[in-house]
Design a protein around this ligand. Structure first.
Ligand SMILES: [Zn+2]
Length: 226
């Protein structure tokens, strides 16, 4: 499973034309399937992968969505609902651990993602490391974000993405008790039968990765834990 953040001109973002080349390469090298298929292991045989986005930056809608649509693909996005306005795109704050120079999606933008077949998960209300938060904060971050996404999208929100991938047993249990079906972490590993469904690994695609790097990822060369 691949994790992207920002696509566009931001200082940490993957440039749009590079993203287009990456999706072209991935589309040719692997079956790109919805997250639910990958997790349910109903994916076709051979290499299968899913594309996810964290934080909810606006260029997901403006730049990434049209490219994905050109290939007939969709992606899953895990949003920080505390950063999202109804109509006005709010600026990202680097001091909260977000990518600098970005804007967040609005709920109107999210409607577009959902209409295009995108899946919406939670990344919390704010961008909080829930492994060190109080029990009350943990509960609120998990339940308020889930409830808000479900009200706004009309769909069940059963996916949670940990801030910076950080999780521990207590947090995984809280995610499960909050009604989520699975949770996404970090780590250069593929998904296999040994995976904890509340700590599903994702490989972060960094700005500096080349097409050769992506090819190596698809081949499993970077599956350091597998
Ligand atoms: Zn994040």
């Amino acid at each position: 499973m691949l994790l992207y953040h920002a696509i566009g001109d931001g200082p940490w973002a993957i440039q749009t034309h590079c993203f287009a080349k990456q999706i072209g390469l991935l589309h040719g090298a692997a079956a790109i399937v919805p997250l639910s298929d990958l997790i349910a292991r109903s994916a076709p045989t051979g290499v299968a992968l899913s594309i996810t986005f964290d934080d909810g930056y606006a260029y997901l809608r403006d730049n990434a969505l049209p490219i994905l649509a050109d290939f007939g693909l969709t992606a899953a996005a895990c949003l920080n609902i505390g950063e999202m306005g109804d109509h006005e795109r709010r600026r990202s704050r680097e001091e909260c651990g977000y990518y600098p120079g970005e804007q967040f999606l609005t709920w109107r933008d999210v409607e577009n993602l959902v209409t295009a077949g995108g899946r919406i998960g939670s990344h919390g209300v704010g961008h909080v490391d829930l492994t060190v938060a109080s029990a009350e904060t943990r509960r609120n971050e998990l339940s308020i974000s889930k409830q808000t996404i479900e009200e706004r999208t009309g769909a069940v929100c059963d996916m949670f993405a940990y801030t910076w991938g950080r999780n521990n047993g207590r947090l995984r249990e809280a995610v499960r008790r909050s009604g989520y079906g699975y949770a996404l972490a970090g780590g250069h590993s593929t998904i296999n039968h040994r995976c904890d469904r509340f700590a599903i690994p994702r490989m972060n695609v960094a700005k500096e990765y080349t097409l050769d790097d992506l090819t190596a990822i698809v081949r499993g060369d970077w599956d350091y834990l597998g």
